[in-house]
Design a protein around this ligand. Structure first.
Ligand code: DHE
Length: 558
């Protein structure tokens, strides 16, 4: 009887599914060549925000059930208007108020038409990637015993900047003292970030194609000594920084497949691959929970690994990687980037599409707070300073709102005890502009910097704002970095992005991120006078974005 009713139920479900399938219109036709072209564009331009399976994260869900109009004339799905070809073409070309950027200056009309058709078709599921395949990709270019035993160059390594040259898939190693480019190193596609080993000797560079490159700064001319493909789509990497584990391990997070890889720090030999698939904080299974930011603790042999779609924060204990212990902390969905508070006990991470900042207490291994902030927080690593009225604060900017938010953070220092009542509260919102990606300050500085490269206004996107932290009510200084660079004006925006301090905290470097064929530059400001000190430019300086000062990155100073 039970079997029969289950059978009837199965038939009913199947019949329902078939009739709803009949109600669906066919997806727009595409040739194999068009599909291949669209797949490539989707990976390069869309997957970062919408996900490979198009389930949505920072960007909206793009599955056919709401990108494609029904033949039956049904126009909504869960209250949301179904899109269809014309509407999709408009959104891709001109963007939306919800934060989708316009692509009419990046894609041709034919490509916009192609992408609109592509996303009405069922998403392709890319292949998985095993430990064996990871191992097969491993290239040990210079074995440890063939590497120098001491520094072979005369560069002040602590003040080197590893600069992402995004569109050439390279990093430029620039001498912070002389401002000379010491080496340009080939890395992964659309290279994303650099991180430092605990000793400061090795730079780890991750490309969006999952290629991880290990650069040895001790070589006469710093070069790549090992490479590993950790996945097909990646954004994050860090190393083991706890005492006794310096330079021993590295960890890299993959967007696709959703997993992370633990490697030997000096060779990148893969040791373990760990899947991040599982349940969201709402208790739903998610097939694509991507690894967002990763940071290494200084107080325990642990990495903080933030899983975007599930909102789970993992504390991965690397003291015994054969018997890996992980603490899973539920926070809020769509975790992205973040950084330490000043004490380096709390990690604050943006749950960007939830408009929240999650703070993890890494000493106790639990969530310390979930703080509501304005639309789409994007801190980069955030910035720490002592507010004149509220004591220690950590700051985040926003992509979708015109404020920088200051959150009070706890401190064991008795001189800050009087600020305890403010802890984990938003104590101030400073007026900025939307489209901010990165904020920065430095322990010796009196200034606080914020960019706005995603602002639709050209002047704002090409400028940065600077506040005096002693008196935040004073008008901010606006520095037009594009004009200050002296480069010839271009119609295309030269986005001023990612302020980064020199080791001594006296200079701030800003990238001017122009088009692939435009001349780009890094503009170096004196942090005290806010005057230009130097414009670093070179025909090889193409699309510079993130800059990672060795000392500041090694010690997480921001
Ligand atoms: Fe990033 C950090 C993901 C687009 C420059 N970016 C991060 C981190 C993540 C991330 C998860 C945190 C890494 C960590 O700390 O371990 N970035 C993504 C995306 O998914 C996204 C939105 C879209 C994509 O398709 O990749 C994206 N990022 C960009 C850019 O377009 C930027 C502005 C230019 C570029 O070079 O790609 C960019 N992201 C950066 C930088 C950092 C970063 C410079 C590190 C900030 C720091 O100071 O540490």
């Amino acid at each position: 009887m039970k079997m029969k009713s289950l059978g009837v139920l199965a038939l009913t479900v199947m019949a329902g599914a078939m009739s709803s399938a009949f109600a669906q219109s066919a997806a727009p036709a595409m040739t194999d060549a068009e599909k291949e072209q669209a797949k490539k564009i989707y990976f390069e331009r869309c997957a970062g925000c919408h996900g490979v399976l198009r389930k949505g994260a920072t960007g909206k869900n793009l599955e056919p059930h709401w990108t494609k109009k029904d033949a039956s004339g049904k126009v909504t799905e869960g209250g949301t208007l179904k899109l269809g070809q014309n509407r999709l073409e408009k959104i891709i070309a001109f963007g939306t108020d919800g934060g989708m950027v316009n692509f009419d200056d990046i894609l041709t009309k034919q490509e916009i038409n192609l992408m609109s058709r592509y996303i009405q078709n069922v998403p392709d599921v890319p292949p998985e990637y095993s430990l064996k395949e990871t191992m097969d990709s491993w290239k040990l270019i210079v074995p440890v015993e063939k590497r120098p035993t001491k520094q072979m160059n005369k560069i002040n390594l602590e003040n080197i900047f590893s600069v992402t040259l995004r569109d050439t898939g390279e990093v430029a190693l620039i001498d912070g003292d002389t401002k000379e480019i010491r080496s340009i190193v080939k890395t992964g596609y659309a290279v994303h970030i650099s991180r430092l080993s605990a000793s400061g000797r090795y730079v780890y560079v991750i490309g969006r194609d999952g290629r991880l490159s290990l650069i040895d700064l001790w070589m006469e001319k710093p070069a790549v000594v090992a490479e590993l493909k950790i996945g097909f789509d990646a954004r994050s990497v860090d190393t083991s920084k706890f005492k006794g584990f310096e330079d021993k391990y590295a960890i890299a997070g993959s967007y696709w497949p959703p997993q992370f890889v633990i490697m030997d720090g000096e060779t990148l030999k893969p040791r373990k691959v760990v899947s991040t698939r599982g349940m969201t904080v709402d208790g739903e299974y998610h097939p694509e929970p991507r690894v967002a930011s990763i940071v290494s603790s200084f107080i325990k042999p642990e990495w903080v690994v933030n899983i975007k779609e599930t909102g789970q924060i993992l504390l991965v204990d690397y003291s015994d990687i054969e018997n890996l212990k992980t603490t899973t902390i539920a926070s809020a969905k769509f975790l992205h980037d973040g950084g330490w508070d000043a004490s380096k006990r709390y990690f604050l991470v943006a749950a960007n599409a939830s408009n929240k900042i999650a703070a993890v207490d890494t000493k106790e291994g639990k969530l310390a707070a979930l703080v509501d902030v304005a639309k789409i927080p994007h801190p980069g690593r955030g910035a720490n300073f002592v507010h004149p009225q509220y004591g220690p604060v950590w700051a985040t900017g926003h992509l979708g709102a015109d404020v920088v938010t200051l959150i009070s953070t706890p401190s064991d220092d008795p001189k800050f005890a009087k600020y305890k009542e403010y802890n984990w509260k938003v104590v101030q919102e400073i007026k900025h502009v939307p489209g901010n990606l990165f904020v920065k300050t430095h322990p010796v500085s009196k200034h606080f910097w914020a960019d706005a490269p995603q602002n639709p206004d050209k002047d704002l996107a090409e400028s940065v704002a600077v506040w005096d932290m002693a008196d935040l009510s004073k008008p901010k200084a606006i520095l037009n970095v594009a004009k200050d660079s002296g480069l010839p004006p271009t119609k295309a925006v030269k986005r001023a992005v990612h302020p980064e301090y020199s080791k001594d905290g006296k200079e701030v470097w800003i990238s001017l991120w122009g088009g692939k064929t435009d001349q780009s530059a890094i503009v170096v400001y004196d942090d005290t006078t806010l005057k230009v000190k130097k414009v670093i430019t070179d025909p090889k300086m193409i699309t510079p974005t993130g800059k990672f000062n060795v000392y500041n990155t090694q010690h997480d100073i921001y």
